[in-house]
Design a protein around this ligand. Structure first.
Ligand code: NIG
Ligand code: FE
Length: 412
């Protein structure tokens, strides 16, 4: 099935060359073609260019996009969308003055979500989570990473990972899975963290490898959660089981997590709300992608990742939602792109690069997704009629999406 999109007002993020990721001043360059055509065949991008270079071609369907733009779907490299119930009670408690940390210390937070998930069946978890996956697809996301980490027992962690696997099998969106058993220390291991670490490493990791349940290993490296030494132990073990590191660091404190991530060839280090000078130096020239999660900063009223300073220092940045019930109950990448511009002083070009090609890199998908490139998967956002692409972050809270195409098919 060949589909030709013609008279596209502007085709955004067109790249001919093989790209891994974009850093520093290059992030401000967003290649586009005005008055363009785009030809897709089945699930792939076949050709594109200016309308006046369009040769005679026989197609199954022609779609006129006068006034509308096309950009690649968002690549959301950090989510926790598999969970049960919600935590709006904690939200109300925070409004009244409790902090996220105080709520966690009194048994709320991650442990609260774990209790709910442990009590639910695989089908219940799947049915609650699939709505969130469908929701983010409607919002223009075409690839998503999903973490475990609300199970915190052998059975419940595996249950979560099997739900992620099932979502991956049943939906056209690209899904990557991360094993985040080291998300919090369960109360039964409060005095025996050692025991919990060996449960993660010796009992769960072998099954994950056997059943091919995850791509990445994640750790919440933070005061009161997992130390740098714990993190290193988990990452080293994860690598032995074929899991690539991709970790939560520097959300509230910079305790050396960036360094341990880079040292263990982490694909990404995520959060980075608190960045020390040495963290900048450690990241420079490495293959580790720094990932900012402005939805979390917004919702918890904590500092935003210093993206402006990081890009000016030559670093790359990817943007993701962190969609989860505690710190960021929204999977709207359009809002994330907008927040990146408004609160982190990223330009629309930088934010769109960060949410497409750099997000794809942070999921190991840069050869398949993240740009309009021949041979890549046809995951496309067709915008409403808009004056310029800067209108996308400008009109915060109102996605400028007319249609979403995933693997060449419209999402309805
Ligand atoms: O990325 N910080 C660690 N984990 C999640 C939040 C988890 C929760 O509160 O349920 C995050 O923000
Ligand atoms: Fe997270």
């Amino acid at each position: 099935m060949k589909i030709l999109f013609k008279n596209i007002k502007e085709l955004i993020q067109v790249r001919d060359e093989e790209l891994t990721f974009i850093s520093g001043s290059e992030m401000n360059v967003l290649p586009t073609i005005k008055n363009a055509f785009l030809l897709i065949e089945d699930s792939l991008i076949l050709d594109f260019g200016p309308m006046d270079s369009l040769a005679e071609v026989s197609v199954d369907k022609e779609i006129d996009l006068t006034g509308k733009m096309i950009l690649p779907c968002w690549c959301d490299s950090h989510t926790h969308i598999v969970y049960v119930g919600n935590r709006e009670g904690e939200f109300a408690d925070r409004i009244k003055g409790l902090t996220y940390q105080e709520i966690a210390e009194s048994g709320g937070g991650i442990l609260n979500s774990a209790k709910k998930l442990q009590a639910a069946t695989e089908d219940e978890i799947y049915n609650q989570s699939k709505h969130r996956l469908e929701e983010v697809m409607q919002l223009g996301t075409g690839a998503v990473e999903i973490k475990s980490g609300y199970g915190l027992t052998v059975d419940a962690e595996l249950k979560m990972l099997r739900v992620i696997k099932k979502l991956k099998e049943n939906y056209p969106i690209e899904v990557k899975a991360s094993f985040l058993g080291a998300h919090a220390i369960p109360s039964e291991f409060k005095e025996n963290k050692e025991g919990y670490l060996s449960l993660l490493i010796d009992e769960i990791m072998p099954i994950i490898q056997e059943e091919n349940l995850a791509d990445y290993v994640d750790v919440f490296c933070e005061k009161g959660y997992f130390t740098v030494a714990d993190t290193e132990r988990i990452l080293v073990a994860g690598k032995k089981y074929g899991l690539v590191p991709k970790i939560h660091v520097n959300q509230f404190n910079s305790i050396g997590g960036v360094e341990v991530g880079v040292k263990n060839q982490a694909l990404s280090v995520d959060h980075l709300e608190v960045m020390e000078e040495e963290d900048f130096e450690i990241l420079k020239g490495t293959s580790t992608m720094p990932v900012a999660l402005p939805g979390c900063s917004h919702f918890l009223s904590i500092p935003y990742t210093p993206a402006r300073k990081m890009i000016d220092a030559g670093l790359p940045i990817a943007l993701a939602t962190d969609y989860n019930p505690g710190s960021s109950p929204s999977g709207n990448m359009n809002f994330v792109v907008s927040e990146a511009c408004v609160k982190m002083k990223m330009t629309p070009e930088e934010a769109i690069n960060a949410a497409t090609i750099n997000g794809a890199y942070a999921m190991g998908l840069e050869s398949k997704l993240g740009s309009i490139t021949k041979g890549k998967i046809a995951n496309l956002i067709i915008t409403k009629e808009i004056a310029s692409y800067a209108f996308i972050p400008y009109s915060f809270g109102a996605p400028q999406i007319d249609k979403v195409i995933i693997r060449g098919k419209e999402i309805v």
